[in-house]
Design a protein around this ligand. Sequence first.
Ligand code: SF4
Length: 125
Amino acid sequence: MTKEMTCIVCPNGCLMRIEQEGDKIEVFDAICKRGIEFAKNELTNPTRSITTTVATKFEDYPLLSVKTSGEIPKDKIFEAMKKINSTIVKKRVKVDDVVIKNLFGTDVVATSDMTLDVKTQRLID
Ligand code: SF4
């Protein structure tokens, strides 16, 4: 079977041609090895990282930006987003603090600092 796939690893967006016969996968037209790895993973175990926001209980900081520290299986994204959307952050966190532990094998971590007042640059208790 022959198919085409666009690599999303970097902005080059290489259009790759893939030949698959059973377990044997050959990737053509990728500029680098990362594209070959991406194509093989997409066909065997596709994963994605998530970047989104989580609600907090703080009026001055109602949404906290977060990301997964690793990747999760693509078919678990919907369930993962349900969990993320039902989470409310109850204490102030800093960048890289874990907000949700072990979500399909990875953690959800803060990508912004809630302990610093954006206007005054002072620490918030
Ligand atoms: S194959 Fe390499 S160069 Fe091409 S899009 Fe993927 S990562 Fe970028």
